[in-house]
Design a protein around this ligand. Structure first.
Ligand SMILES: [Ca+2]
Ligand SMILES: [Ca+2]
Ligand SMILES: [Ca+2]
Length: 419
């Protein structure tokens, strides 16, 4: 970066600038308003890291239908095709079984040179890896070019259903915020060699062409959730999300992220726009919002949160209640496609219209001699709670329905099932 390669003369100028600034801002370049974070590249070590930290990367469904302009590749067993939309062009490929007895799609051909033919030098062999009932076949790491863009990464077939293109690793660094060290990271999620691309306003909420921002909000030293179950709901930890215009760090402040062209460092610039107070019926909560600055994730503590003034739409939120051991229980609400709205003003506190107390609502439907019982959980405003997770991020035990007669004798016990 030009601004950091001053010559002798430049240094003199910078020094005189420092003297002037020293009265206004403590430190130089490293003020509370602007924090510099050196970055180091780390290669992904596990399939979980590859898929979760890159937020899926670029994804294509698999299809038996031959892409336009291509002819079948003789000798391939049960071929399926994919078309990954990369900004340098569509990446077309085919997967197949290595033998009729193979348990997974373990061969891949990618038409890297875009000549509408699959050739021997475009073939890769995969390694099968399982996570519970899920199956992943990992191809790579490879280094190839798409147009002018160099791609170093992996292709991962998931459950014979879809394929991910993910980069080879991610960038990580430590931000010093008022004496607190916070681990942050970035992933070139759209795999175009440019780091720090933000989610553009107007993009669909759960679909983005941007890069991924990582922040260790809970300070446990990792961005990944602690259990396999939790991987499913990784987004609700707030630690892995597309890079938005404003990101919130554990000091509760919002920052803009700028990244050096050579990916050697990033800068966090504190957002100083006026804020207003939001109050919730729950001590800890996380909101997935869109506001004037586009998508934003915001975490509240001690029942409150300071947000830039303006109007917001809520797409999802989680409430956290701690049990007597201090372990967090999670309640998840999603408001799709109909999002909820609220306004944040500078002069008054906004009360969020969600949250505890929760109540169980049971519906009974009778048809002939049979009854159907259904149970749902609603919050104080009648919003339905989508899911509750235990501190291990598992579902709580299924509730039991006990039917007793007038004398109190149990006639029947039946478990409710999720779904
Ligand atoms: Ca080719
Ligand atoms: Ca990028
Ligand atoms: Ca963490």
């Amino acid at each position: 970066m030009k601004e950091f390669t001053h010559g002798r003369r430049g240094n003199m100028r910078a020094w005189s600038l420092f003297v002037v600034f020293a009265f206004a801002i403590p430190g130089f370049g490293q003020s509370p308003q602007r924090v510099e974070v050196p970055l180091a590249f780390k290669e992904f070590r596990t399939v979980n890291e590859m898929i979760i930290l890159s937020f899926g990367g670029i994804v294509s469904l698999l299809s038996e239908r031959l892409p336009k302009g291509y002819s079948p590749l003789p000798g391939t067993i049960k071929p399926q095709f994919f078309e990954l939309s990369h900004e340098a062009g569509t990446i077309v490929g085919l997967i197949a079984l290595s033998s009729p007895k193979a348990k997974a799609y373990d061969r891949i051909w990618v038409d890297w040179n875009n000549d509408k033919k699959f050739t021997g030098d475009e073939k890769l062999m995969g390694t099968v890896s399982a996570r519970g009932k899920e199956k992943f076949v990992v191809f790579g790491p490879f280094e190839r070019s798409v147009g002018d863009v160099k791609i170093a990464g992996y292709l991962i077939v998931h459950d014979d259903d879809h394929i991910h293109l993910v980069p080879k690793g991610y960038y990580e660094g430590e931000a010093k915020l008022n004496g607190q060290t916070v681990k942050v990271g970035l992933v070139d999620g759209n795999i175009n060699g440019v780091l720090g691309e933000r989610m553009v306003a107007g993009q669909r909420y759960f679909e983005s062409e941007s890069d991924v921002f990582l922040v260790d909000l809970n300070g446990d030293g990792t961005f990944l959730p602690p259990t396999e179950e939790a991987l499913e709901i990784a987004i609700y930890s707030g630690e892995i999300y597309y890079l938005t215009n404003l990101v919130q760090l554990p000091d509760r402040n919002f920052y803009r992220v700028k990244v050096a062209e050579d990916c050697s460092r990033l800068w966090l610039e504190r957002d100083l726009s006026p804020k207003g107070k939001v109050k919730a019926a729950c001590k800890e909560f996380l909101l997935g919002l869109t506001g004037q600055e586009g998508a934003i994730l915001a975490q509240g503590q001690q029942n409150e949160l300071l947000l830039p003034i303006g109007s917001y739409q809520v797409h999802w939120l989680t409430f956290v209640e701690r049990d007597e051991k201090g372990k967090p229980w999670l309640a998840l609400f999603t408001f799709a496609p109909q999002s909820q709205k609220f306004r944040v003003a500078g002069d008054k506190t906004t009360e969020l219209p969600f949250g505890p107390p929760f109540k169980l609502v049971m519906d009974v439907e009778q048809s002939g001699r049979s009854f159907e019982f259904s149970l749902s959980l609603e919050d104080k405003a009648g919003n339905s709670v989508d899911a509750i997770f235990t501190p291990d991020l598992k579902r709580p035990p299924e509730p039991v329905l006990v039917i007793s007669d007038a004398k109190g004798k149990v006639v029947k016990t039946e478990k409710f099932h999720y779904g």
